[in-house]
Design a protein around this ligand. Structure first.
Ligand code: BG6
Length: 441
């Protein structure tokens, strides 16, 4: 696909994201000739740098470094870009605190980029429904929705994208993907690290805003939504919004790890949750009656994101007269290793019908030789080619806020020891996701 000549502006270019993710991803795309002919990359920010000083921040290829420039502030940027060539499109990545989004959008509009401008922002998109609406209204006063790309980096994870393929390219699963056959859905997203350097941000957010409202509700939508009419982003978005509108949180427990209050940037009396577990229902024809359990948190025993679909148990007949056969389960391993595991029962060889649990594994590592591309590479490339499928639109983000709003900052916060899972307060037999760690690793 022929891309128009593009200038890419990183606002907040001296920050960590630009250094760790954005500039390396752009360099990789440049080397794969996916940035279009003679791209221009401009960093902006409050710090004064010469082009040379700016380039020294990054370890990048020499040809790409020659495409990299620095221009302090937004003011005068249009003229600066015009002196470097004619660009059909100017992409702005706002690598800035969300409080700066509205003013920056105004600054970009004031430079007169008009319809050429494309703006990429990262979560958090607001901190509740009202602030999300305000942000969206502000952005909409400068740009059309088609010019705005909201990143949820979980959507760029290869194993997440594969969930749709698994569901809609295999006839096997379609008939059983409903509450008549599924007993429960369980999503677990754990991190070994605490808040590290991000205490000041995190303390105002908490894990429900940080992980559930965005990443985990997105996963749940992809897992449960009806088949979209086409794979076009507006069709996919409609289906996701239908799901979000059907979701209700029935129970929520919040926890905080011991020692969190002495982390840098955290209020010593903080009641922010660093771990949460939620029970949701999906009130539509397909899913009513199958509860969804979500748990997510920091500073627990390991890092890993898994989704489990537990099926109903078989009748107490034949091999299961004693009712001891565990249910079938499908586990989607999203990270750190990617794979899909199906738990089944099989006969132990050489015995008279002694059964044992076995797994059928699809592991990315074994099935595909090529390395999985880094999420930002994929996302930036999608912006350049105008593919919005992996991005979140305004209505979707507001509807997701409506789902979590009733539990934000509500209820007691119990303590848990670092390196351990808090004891679950939900009426659920959690799938032992730790058991799957050895698979696809
Ligand atoms: C971010 C959150 O969106 O996602 C972080 O702000 C969290 O708190 C991170 O650690 C997790 O992302 P990943 O890709 O490492 O699972």
């Amino acid at each position: 696909m022929e891309l128009p000549a593009t200038a890419i502006v990183i606002a907040g270019a001296s920050g960590d994201l630009a250094k760790r993710k954005l500039v390396p991803a752009l360099d990789a795309l440049f080397q794969q000739e996916k940035l279009g002919g003679a791209p221009l990359i401009v960093g902006t920010g409050r710090t004064a740098f010469t082009d040379e000083q700016f380039r020294e921040h990054f370890s990048i290829s020499a040809p790409f470094a020659r495409r990299l420039f620095y221009h302090r502030h937004l003011k005068g940027l249009r003229q600066f870009i015009d002196t470097h060539g004619t660009f059909g499109r100017v992409v702005f990545f706002l690598s800035l605190p969300p409080s700066a989004y509205a003013a920056t959008a105004q600054g970009i509009a004031a430079e007169g980029f008009g319809e050429k401008a494309v703006v990429i922002i990262e979560k958090p998109f607001g901190s509740d429904t009202a602030s999300a609406r305000t942000l969206n209204r502000n952005l909409a006063s400068f740009f059309d929705e088609s010019q705005i790309f909201r990143i949820d980096h979980y959507l760029a994870k290869e194993a997440v994208q594969n969930m749709l393929v698994f569901r809609f390219a295999n006839s096997l699963f379609y008939p059983v993907w409903n509450s008549r056959h599924v007993e429960s859905i369980q999503i677990s997203a754990l991190e070994r690290e605490g808040v590290v350097e991000r205490g000041a941000y995190f303390d105002k957010a908490g894990i429900i805003r940080d992980m559930v409202q965005n990443h985990l509700l997105q996963l749940l939508c992809l897992l449960t939504m009806e088949a979209p009419l086409t794979l076009r982003s507006d069709d996919v978005c409609c289906r996701k919004i239908d799901m979000l509108r059907a979701m209700r949180i029935d129970d929520c427990h919040r926890f905080q790890y011991a020692g969190y209050r002495s982390e840098h940037g955290v209020d010593p009396l903080s009641t922010t949750e660093t771990y949460a577990e939620l029970q949701l229902s999906i009130n539509n024809f397909r899913w009513t009656g199958a509860p969804v359990f979500i748990r997510t948190g920091k500073a627990v025993h390991r890092r890993g994101t898994e989704i489990g679909v537990r099926f109903k148990t078989i009748p107490r007949l034949l091999f299961n007269e004693a009712g001891t056969i565990p249910p079938n389960q499908i586990v989607f391993k999203i990270q750190p290793a990617e794979g899909i595991i199906l738990d089944i029962q099989s006969k132990v060889p050489g015995t008279d019908n002694t059964l044992s649990r076995s797994t059928m594994n699809f592991c990315y590592r074994d099935s595909f030789a090529s390395a999985i591309p880094e999420a930002y590479q994929r996302l930036l490339y999608d912006v350049l080619r105008g593919d919005r499928t992996l991005f979140v639109n305004a209505q979707e983000s507001e509807t997701a806020w409506e789902v979590v709003e009733p539990v934000l900052d509500r209820g007691p916060v119990a303590m848990y020891e670092q390196g351990k899972l808090p004891e679950s307060g939900l009426p659920v037999r959690w799938i032992d996701f730790d058991e799957y760690q050895g698979l696809c690793g």
